[in-house]
Design a binder for this molecule. Structure first.
Ligand code: UDP
Ligand code: MG
Length: 334
């Protein structure tokens, strides 16, 4: 086996895992088997995103038995985006492949990804979900709604995009150097514009456990992706304001005319309806502004995206210390 710890491996596989105790070992063995057959040097970077089941125990055991595993356990659940980032920070490969722990991203495509990267000269090989195979229909309607809204607002079509990607080292470095806190991996890689090959795949059924994405997590992800890529909602508020001014002028003119000609409508119905409508629109507009303000607030605080509880293997502590949030050049007074 050509798995390496000595120098930079050819390929790192980053796998974020939240409550994946049931299937993780199988995933590790499958991926490792494929890479071993490819005869490339590789490492598996496993990130335990605050799992409440035995995921970390599975990782620890695998790490004791297999030389190519490196792992970090986050102090709590920080979310898949943060876990992927932790994995990218820990990875050392000349190419890095990010994939799910549930084998919905077919590991059989890894050789083709490596081929496109090595001989095709692509910096990014992006796995693209074939629509008919999407098995995540449980949250299907909401998912479709989010991604449709997202692609309309941001111009980046993420419906078929997935986090299953191979990235060249320079893309990884560019991604890690981004100063933003609100990161959306799929969107950011698409936005970065590096030479990309696409590789269609049909997501397999989830083999073990169940998806941990709740409605709240999906909403947060959708809001992050919209607010970090588009200011259209803010412009929509302006358009809405203009539409309301025009309506106000027309309605005002009509009301004045009625009043002067002695036909004024009596009763509160119109007043109440107008108040309710205008009130709702103002609240909605404030909400949209609030979302952007919240993002700015989060960016300004510059909190780290995650904390590490422990890393494996133990003797690589010094190497792993670079996982701590990077010292930021801008923090030093110039
Ligand atoms: N995941 C994670 N943190 C989370 C939610 C998910 O690290 O908060 C991981 C999960 O363990 C899996 C991958 O992200 O490896 C994709 O999650 P899942 O299969 O639940 O999502 P879906 O396939 O529905 O996109
Ligand atoms: Mg899945």
């Amino acid at each position: 086996m050509s798995a390496v710890p000595s120098d930079r491996p050819t390929c790192s596989i980053v796998i974020p895992a939240h409550c994946e105790a049931d299937g993780l070992r199988h995933a590790i063995d499958t991926v490792a088997g494929i890479l071993t057959r490819q005869s490339v040097s590789f490492e598996l970077v496993l990130i335990d995103d605050g799992s409440a089941d035995g995921t970390w125990e599975v990782i620890t055991q695998a790490c004791n038995n297999l030389p190519f595993i490196r792992a970090a356990r986050l102090t709590r659940r920080f979310g898949k985006e943060a876990a992927m980032r932790a994995g990218l920070q820990l990875s050392r490969g000349r190419a890095v492949i990010v994939m799910d722990a549930d084998l919905q991203h077919p590991p059989a495509l890894i050789p083709e990804m490596l081929r496109l990267w090595e001989t095709g000269g692509f910096d990014v090989v992006a796995g693209v979900k074939l629509p008919q195979g999407d098995s995540a229909q449980s949250s299907g309607v909401m998912r479709r709604l989010f991604f449709t809204l997202n692609s309309k607002l941001t111009g980046v079509d993420l419906r078929e995009a997935s986090d299953f990607k191979l990235l060249d080292r320079r893309v990884v470095d560019a991604y890690l150097a981004l100063p933003e806190r609100n990161l959306f991996f799929r969107g950011m890689i698409a936005w970065s514009g590096y030479k990309t090959a696409t590789l269609p795949f049909t997501p397999d059924e989830r083999q073990h456990g169940k998806t941990q994405w709740s409605f709240r997590h999906l909403t947060k992800l959708a809001l992050t992706s919209i607010t970090s890529f588009s200011s259209i909602p803010l412009h929509l508020i302006t358009s809405l304001g203009i539409a309301f001014i025009i309506a106000a002028l027309l309605l005002g003119g009509q009301t004045l005319y009625n009043k002067l000609s002695g036909n004024a409508v009596s009763g509160f119905t119109t007043v109440i309806l107008l108040l309710l409508m205008i009130g709702s629109v103002i609240m909605l507009a404030l909400g949209v502004i609030g979302e952007y303000l919240a993002r700015i607030y989060e960016e300004v605080k510059r909190r780290p995206l995650f904390f590490i509880q422990e890393t494996l293997p133990k003797e690589q502590e010094s190497e792993n210390s670079r996982l701590s949030p990077p010292a930021r050049r801008e923090d030093t007074p110039s």
